[in-house]
Design a protein around this ligand. Structure first.
Ligand SMILES: NC(=O)C1=CN([C@@H]2O[C@H](COP(=O)(O)OP(=O)(O)OC[C@H]3O[C@@H](n4cnc5c(N)ncnc54)[C@H](O)[C@@H]3O)[C@@H](O)[C@H]2O)[C@@H](O)CC1
Ligand SMILES: Nc1ncnc2c1ncn2[C@@H]1O[C@H](COP(=O)(O)OP(=O)(O)O)[C@@H](O)[C@H]1O
Ligand SMILES: [K+]
Length: 537
């Protein structure tokens, strides 16, 4: 698994390196030289490619850019350097000063040899345009120092980079981070960021590159580690490889693989109801290999459940006696998918979770279950505290998307989105247990270790996909013959994402192939089963 670091950790790694007596400017030179090697490698298919346009900012990322310009020129390339702001330009008549920053040293070296640069000005874009024909566009505007919404000048420069690179059909190479992407969080403000084909990530892989908005901007990421840092503890890990499943024992029976109870699929006040949520969760739990499934849903849906999933048993979700009885014999209760948000559903939620705790049953709390949990956090704090205490000793998984997480933390969605890494940690601190924060580049916090999911795609952005995931989760958790990794939350998230990727890949048998548009939750269970088989081989 690739280790992911937050911005402070990256600065810390650099600091530790310098503290050992290494020179910071030498590191910048190394960074630039290696970037140049990668750029040359990237264009080797087209050896006539020797025109670069390097856009530099005023910080150290810009320093990398000045040196990249210089080295490419030395290698015979035709290079234009575009400077974001005239403020960062040095007076070349001044002597090199020992207190010069690394970025200034870099600029001085580049300009001493050949002063071929232009200052970007929004109002004079047309005059600049004639200098911008190039095969490779290098983005050295901002790196990890970019941590807030761009200024107007930054936004205009980023926009112009994308515009002219597209006009010249240039390869877009981002140095360290595509400018406009916050390396800490993956956030991009109002779609203003460099759309890179390649990101050359310096020193250590930044956690924000693989989640949220960043996914649309990073292109292919290549690491240039520069300094040894294997002893530094990363903030998270990039999840891409599921654990293989062990074969089943010959001498086993359905009881060996656990009983899953799905509680959801309710119907309130004569509404159409949400029976589909329970059906999707149940069929996915079955596809993930659970031995036995019972669906506790509104009795209006019992016929539908049996038609689509004859392997399941049904029970009326309002039959509290019956459901409580079944909870005692289940290995896992997955509660909330289409449970409804009225007072009766809230009462059922609290009662069933209480029973699961009394009988030490593993829990998955999703969808409307999370809605009630947020309400109960204010209304019945003792219950929420008891659940937290229970989660210290037993398996409890909470699986919100940003909207549900916001409600659980009694805040706005925007504040979750601003820093999903911080949000998932807050959720776990407040409620205990293991957490999944869903969305592009989902975050998993399991046994206090943070993961960023590198599989899955926007085809999964359709109704019912979360219910499928709850089912996979429940199905894996129920199978006690599997080891902890194989039953883990991260394994469920991986299987779900992998099935989505398989369905939307272009190089797979036509039977499985669909597309991101029109991918439906009901397409998933069969492919989840296929992924599990592939992993078992
Ligand atoms: N010697 C070193 O420490 C090394 C640093 N390296 C490079 O240095 C980069 C980090 O450099 P810096 O810390 O100087 O940061 P940056 O070069 O990323 O950006 C710095 C400047 O941008 C400003 N800024 C931040 N957000 C902004 C926004 N939204 N709009 C406008 N301005 C904004 C900051 O206030 C700061 O002045 C790395 O990403 C990497 O490219 C590499 O050369 C490796 C060695
Ligand atoms: N753009 C995306 N890229 C990757 N995964 C996504 C994307 N959009 C949604 N997903 C995944 O699909 C699932 C959707 O779950 P959820 O929002 O709970 O849907 P629902 O409540 O409709 O079932 C989550 O696992 C989520 O991470
Ligand atoms: K950059």
């Amino acid at each position: 698994m690739i280790a992911l670091y937050n911005t402070e950790q990256v600065y810390q790694i650099e600091k530790a390196w310098f503290a050992q007596g290494h020179d910071s400017f030498a590191l910048m030179q190394q960074a630039a030289w290696q970037c140049v090697q990668r750029i040359i490698h990237a264009v080797q298919q087209k050896p006539q490619t020797k025109r670069a346009c390097v856009w530099v900012g005023h910080g150290n990322n810009g320093g990398d850019g000045w040196l990249i310009s210089h080295y490419l020129q030395k290698l015979g390339w035709q290079v234009t350097t575009v400077v974001m702001s005239a403020d960062s330009l040095l007076d070349m008549d001044d002597m090199l000063d020992a207190s010069d920053s690394d970025a200034h040293k870099a600029q001085r070296i580049a300009r001493q040899h050949r002063d071929n640069f232009h200052v970007f000005q929004q109002e004079a874009r047309d005059a600049l345009a004639v200098h911008l024909a190039a095969d490779v566009y290098v983005d050295a505007l901002f790196g990890i120092g970019f941590d807030r919404a761009p200024t107007a000048q930054a936004a205009h420069t980023i926009g112009a980079f994308n515009h002219y690179a597209a006009q010249h059909q240039a390869l877009k190479v981002a140095i360290d981070v595509p400018s406009g992407v916050v390396a800490q969080t993956g956030q991009v403000f109002d779609g203003v960021a460099i759309r890179a084909d390649i990101t050359l990530c310096l020193v250590a892989r930044k956690q924000g590159l693989h989640t949220k908005d960043a996914l649309d901007y990073i292109g292919r990421v290549t690491d240039i580690p520069l300094v040894p840092h294997s002893d530094s503890v990363p903030n998270a890990w990039l999840l891409s490889q599921a654990y293989p499943f062990a074969a089943r024992q010959n001498n086993s029976h359905k009881g060996s693989y656990g009983h899953v109870l799905i509680v959801g699929g309710n119907r309130i006040d004569g509404s159409q109801g949400m029976g589909g949520a329970a059906i999707l969760a149940a069929s996915s739990a079955m596809a993930a290999g659970a031995g036995k499934i019972t669906v506790a849903c509104h009795d209006a849906f019992h016929g539908a459940v049996l038609t689509s999933l004859p392997d399941a048993m049904t029970l009326d979700v309002h039959d509290t006696q019956g459901v409580r009885g079944l909870i005692q014999s289940a290995q896992v209760v997955a509660i909330g998918m289409g449970l409804g948000r009225d007072a009766t559903a809230e009462h059922l939620f609290q009662a069933y979770v209480q029973t699961a705790m009394e009988h030490q049953v593993a829990l998955i709390i999703d969808a409307d279950g999370l809605y009630h949990l947020a309400t109960l956090d204010k209304k019945a704090p003792d219950f929420v505290q008891a659940l937290k205490a229970y989660a210290q000793r037993h398996s409890v998984r909470f699986t919100p998307h940003s909207g549900e997480a916001a409600r659980l933390l009694h805040t706005e969605v925007a504040s979750i989105e601003q820093n999903r890494f911080a949000a998932i940690r807050k959720c776990a601190q407040h409620y205990g247990g293991d957490w999944l924060l869903k969305g592009a580049g989902s975050l998993v916090l399991e046994e206090d270790v943070l993961y960023v999911c590198a599989v899955g795609n926007a085809g999964l952005a359709s109704a019912g996909m979360g219910d499928v995931l709850s089912g996979v989760n429940a199905g894996l958790m129920a199978q006690q013959d599997l080891d902890t990794d194989q039953r883990s939350l991260r394994q469920a998230v991986l299987l779900h994402g992998m099935a989505g990727d398989t369905l939307t890949q272009t190089d797979i048998p036509a039977t499985w192939r669909i597309g991101q548009r029109g991918l439906q939750a009901q397409d998933m269970p069969a492919v989840i089963r296929h992924e599990m088989t592939t992993l078992s081989e």
